[in-house]
Design a protein around this ligand. Structure first.
Ligand code: SAH
Ligand code: SF4
Ligand code: F3S
Length: 481
């Protein structure tokens, strides 16, 4: 997945400019941006910051000095929306102290609720969907003129390909680069196709350019983002097409995901490449072979399966069966024998029986994931599942099934990480450990977090670390020369 971390962005860096960017004259106004949801949203906030900075706005990490507050929102589960509503109450308190403050809602919840937001939440001045960010300066002007402003038009072409994001809240080491927008998959439980619109791929030249600029600016890791990166296909722009439907001319000049990965990996061998999210129905062997060929492509795949039962998968409209998913796992294990795998899992989807839940657990036994993002099914308004099926698994049962999934996963994570004790991994240092100033943390190729004594090492360096112990979530070790 795009990993759904319902957490607040830490805007510790105020958009350090990429090579060559010149900032326009300041208009004296400061914008505070807070992001929720998946990495795509965090990446979008960096595009928003860039658009506003070009228009003379400053970016601040301090709410109390903000003239404009934007919250980039997520609708994936009910809880995500509740979190945003709580934040809006907080902003409202701030607005009482500073009545001129503008409050805007961006992202998926803005798209889902549209102008209803303005009616429901009296404190919101501006509602802007994910494809309308170029319009932000005009919309703010509207609000300055005393009107409320809404733009939730979804686009067939917009990829923001030409916009160099202002890296917010980053560590200057790892960065996200969006390669597709939207999603055409229509999984029945999911709001994303409605909030993000149709799938489009971004021009590979602009992707390569962004990766080059990141490399020049000293970044050491790039994660390519899309709801389904495997279906990336550039043929000149516009809505997603299948390769077979391209004209002969388009076929010759097209770029698929495996080809894109091959090119991105060659930009700078010292820059690690990751990607998220892969979709089991589209992940082919070609990608796995490209991963095997390039050492700087990390040995890690996030491959959500949602449910281990074919009937439930069919109801979810995931486009694969249990057997197909297992076949993809077998291909990973054959072509990339040491590859670590993670997943997204949903417990208690409509009409899921106890036996079907057991098949989710047995799939976990089959694959042995390094880690997983595990959720209770949350019915979302206007999705296919909400219209067609009854959300009939009692809350308690959902909770118990989720607890069983989490328990099993904790055991697997611990068992897998234990096997790393004694091994030495290259770790890219991402920061100082939250627990101790004397320790640094980073990740190895498998996306496992590794903590080790600081000594004289610095953030942004690669260091070899021998693993000495672990918990179910973290490896601990010592750097070796
Ligand atoms: N495009 C990615 C997923 C993006 S959403 C993919 O297809 O893998 C991230 C995860 O949130 C999903 O994989 C799913 O596990 C979970 N999710 C999405 N909708 C949900 C819902 N209605 N209830 C519970 N979990 C949900
Ligand atoms: Fe949602 Fe499915 Fe698209 Fe993922 S692939 S974003 S789960 S519709
Ligand atoms: Fe991402 Fe949440 Fe939207 S997961 S795409 S921000 S609904």
């Amino acid at each position: 997945m795009l990993n759904t971390k319902e957490k607040i962005i830490d805007e510790s860096r105020q958009g350090e400019a990429l090579e060559g960017r010149r900032l326009p004259k300041s208009n004296g106004r400061k914008v505070f941006i807070e992001s929720y949801g998946c990495q795509m949203n965090f990446s979008d906030s960096e595009i928003v910051a860039s658009i506003l900075q070009k228009d003379g706005y400053g970016i601040t990490k301090l709410l109390h000095e903000a003239d404009i507050v934007f919250v980039n929102t997520c609708s994936i589960r009910e809880k995500a929306e509740l979190t945003v509503r709580k934040r809006l109450t907080e902003y409202n308190k701030q607005k009482r102290k500073n009545p001129k403050m503008i409050i805007g809602v961006l992202g998926c919840m803005a798209e889902r609720l549209k102008s209803k937001f303005l009616e429901e939440e009296k404190i919101v001045d501006l509602v802007v969907g994910p494809d309308a960010y170029r319009d932000l300066p005009n919309l703010v002007e509207e609000v300055d003129g005393g009107r409320k402003a809404v733009n939730v038009i979804l686009s067939k072409e917009e990829t923001y390909g030409d916009i160099a994001p202002v890296r917010l809240g980053g560590n200057g080491v790892t960065a996200f680069v969006s390669i597709t927008r939207g999603c055409d998959n229509m999984c029945t439980f999911c709001v994303v196709p409605f909030t993000r619109g149709r799938e489009r791929s971004r021009d590979p030249n602009s992707i390569l350019q962004e990766v080059r600029e990141l490399s020049l600016a000293g970044y050491k890791e790039v994660t390519l983002l899309g709801q389904n990166v495997d279906s990336y296909l550039w043929y000149g722009g516009g809505l997603k097409k299948e390769f077979d439907n391209l004209s002969e001319e388009e076929k010759k000049t097209s770029t698929n995901f495996a080809q894109l990965m091959g090119k991105v990996a060659q930009v700078d061998r010292k820059v690690r490449i990751r990607f998220s999210t892969s979709h089991p129905k589209d992940m082919g062997d070609e990608l796995l072979h490209v991963m095997a060929r390039h050492e700087n492509i990390c040995d890690y795949i996030h491959l959500p399966f949602q449910s281990g039962n074919s009937r439930v998968l069919e109801m979810m409209n995931r486009g694969y069966t249990r057997e197909w998913y297992m076949n993809r796992i077998d291909a990973i294990k054959r072509i990339l024998p040491t590859c670590s795998i993670s997943a997204d899992i949903i417990a208690g989807f409509c009409s899921e029986t106890e036996e079907e839940h057991q098949e989710t657990l047995s799939m976990m036994e089959y694959v042995r994931y390094n880690f997983a993002y595990m959720f209770k099914y949350s019915e979302r308004p206007n999705t296919m599942a909400q219209r067609k099926y009854e959300d009939n698994i009692p809350g308690k049962t959902k909770q118990r099934r989720l607890a069983e999934i989490i328990e099993l996963q904790r055991g697997h994570s611990l068992e897998i990480l234990k096997k790393d004790i004694g091994k030495t991994y290259e770790v890219l240092i991402e920061g100082v450990s939250k627990k101790s100033d004397n320790e640094l943390y980073g990740r190895n190729t498998h996306n496992s977090v590794v903590v080790f004594p600081r000594e004289n090492y610095n953030v942004g360096e690669y260091v070899m670390v021998t693993v000495e112990s672990c918990t179910s979530a973290t490896l601990k070790g010592k750097a070796v020369k």
